[in-house]
Design a protein around this ligand. Sequence first.
Ligand code: AMP
Length: 349
Amino acid sequence: MSDPLPQGAVIGILGGGQLGRMLSVAAARLGYRTHIYEPGASPAGDVAHQVTQAGYEDEAALRAFAESVDVITYEFENVPAQSLDLLESICPIRPNRRALAVSQDRLSEKEFLQGLGLKTAPFANVETEADLPAALEQIGTPSILKTRRMGYDGKGQVRFSDPAQREWTGAPSVLEGFVTFTGEISVIVARGVDGAVAAFDPGLNVHEGGILRTTTVPSGVPQSLVTDAVLLAAQIVGALDYVGVMGVELFVTPSGLIVNEIAPRVHNSGHWTQAGCAVDQFEQHIRAITGLPLGDGKRYADVVMENLIGADMDRLPALLREPDVQVHLYGKAEVRDGRKMGHINRITR
Ligand code: AMP
């Protein structure tokens, strides 16, 4: 195995949101510096060594960015393939391009997962609006039409309750059969340069309006499912020769676990690790991509993570007075409906 990156090395991060911000803090704690590449405003820029504010098509800016860093990672996975080609010709990207390609497109993601023998929701490719009637016939209702690319937090989705319903997302999509689940859990898994794998305890996720509201650990699901969840997450990162942290979102059903989606990055449902583990998901990702040994993922506390979304910020004075509550704010100037402004980790035991 190659040596870990030396102290003072620079980690390039594509995307300057809250995930990049928390990655930068973790990198600094390990003696590394970060360079953020972000087209818009950058909560991560406040805590980084350097920021490039430029579009993902700006070749000169991409080139200069890649030349200034020792490894490139990302907190935003919808960077255009051409830009990644350019970056990769100059500097290694971790996690690798295959992981990105697979997870950027819901169709290739589902095909990849099924190829590993893992269960997904039943699905049909809906390349154009004209494919919709046949897809609805095949999958039935209730079902959800999701854009294949660029969807997040429930955006780019249409729910179908009646086979005669006709609505279109406006872009190539997949129609997914509605899964009747008893709960949603996610596993945050990490794989190192040397192939070592470590997973955190699965958390139980509650969404509101398509946005993650809370993650609770322990999840309360039976131990056999916890084992299944961790094993399938390890299978996924192994199959992709993955380096870094990945979030694997799962539906819990009476017939076992169904994979909803994978995120090739640190994940909102892993924020609880900041209060529950010695090495949290952000440090774990930095350790993985720099070639350091991974933390073991052991959990030392029961935690409920709650996102502070939009007007939740009004609760801040009260939350700051509560014992056992760790507050994380993202430094976003403007409060907007549905915007993630911060989160809290409440230690419950
Ligand atoms: P996604 O953007 O795919 O993560 O979907 C956001 C949320 O919508 C999920 O966390 C679920 O709560 C719900 N959802 C998505 N797909 C399905 C499905 N096939 N069946 C039931 N619920 C779903």
